[in-house]
Design a protein around this ligand. Structure first.
Ligand SMILES: Nc1nc2c(ncn2[C@@H]2O[C@H](COP(=O)(O)OP(=O)(O)OP(=O)(O)O)[C@@H](O)[C@H]2O)c(=O)[nH]1
Ligand SMILES: [Mg+2]
Length: 242
């Protein structure tokens, strides 16, 4: 083990098997607490794959990342501001169309993602066929089929995760394109966002939120900026060990 801990976030709709996957990966090396200042449970765990150490966070299941609820706010803030080394989006392969929405929202925030099609046993029973290769080409990030409950495909998933965190794959995540008027406004905002908040944050995604009139994002960013100036961790995050 080389000691470096890569951080993984598990995102996805409710009931897609995130916690099942989390438990399979971490076994007893996990602990549960609350998200700081929130009444929402947070599970964090650890595991190794191919001599690398990973820390994994089981994010609350959400249908979107627009921060309509505390769960959504937690999930989106973690991905956008804590910037895990990879976000694994767990989708229900039996209802892919509905599930893809959250995948596209994650890809709007971060390039470093792996799409995990879970419940492939159920999908197979229902005669649903999904081409990983086609989906991967379309989405521009690795797509891996698994059955978390039956421990199928887990090592392929972890290989994909490792490739992403090590930067071994060319990633070209699918980005929704907006009308030229909106795209121009996004372009105009990006330099200001970068100069105020630094270039490490997802400026295009922040610009989109601002154009939507999402005022909370400004509060979040200001808290983050203040904490960074104080030299602390941006988003205070429960740091208890397992
Ligand atoms: N058939 C089948 N069922 C699965 C699989 N993985 C998970 N499940 C089941 O799906 C249900 C939901 O799993 P969870 O792991 O709790 O889902 P979750 O995404 O953590 O749900 P939230 O925490 O509500 O967001 C459970 O009954 C699991 O046993 C799988 O690969 N195949
Ligand atoms: Mg869960």
């Amino acid at each position: 083990m080389n000691g470096k801990k890569y951080r993984i976030a598990l995102a996805g709709n409710p009931n897609t098997g995130k916690s099942t996957l989390f438990n399979q990966l971490t076994g007893l090396r996990q602990h549960t607490g609350n998200w700081p200042g929130k009444t929402v449970a947070q599970s964090k765990g650890y595991f190794e794959h191919k001599n690398e150490e990973f820390e994994i966070i089981d994010l609350p299941g959400t249908y979107s990342l627009i921060a309509n609820s505390m769960d959504e706010e937690i999930a989106r803030n973690y991905i956008a501001f804590e910037q895990p080394d990879v976000t694994v989006v767990v989708l229900d392969a039996t209802s892919l169309e509905r599930n893809l929405n959250i995948a596209l929202q994650v890809l709007e925030i971060t390039d470093k993602a792996v799409i995990c099609l879970n419940l492939i046993d159920e999908a197979a029973k229902k005669g649903i066929e999904i081409s990983e290769a086609k989906l991967q080409k379309k989405l521009g990030v690795p797509v891996v089929k698994i059955s978390a409950r039956n421990k199928v495909g887990i090592s392929s998933l972890l290989d994909a995760v490792l490739s992403v965190v090590k930067g071994l794959l060319p990633l070209s995540p699918y980005k929704l394109e907006y009308s030229s008027e909106i795209e121009e406004r996004i372009e105009a905002l990006i330099p200001d966002i970068q100069s105020i908040y630094g270039s490490h944050l997802p400026a295009r995604w922040i610009a989109l939120r601002l154009l939507e009139g999402d005022e909370r994002i400004i509060d979040e960013l200001n808290v983050k900026l203040l904490n960074e100036k104080k030299g602390g961790q941006s988003y205070e995050f429960a740091s208890g060990e397992y």
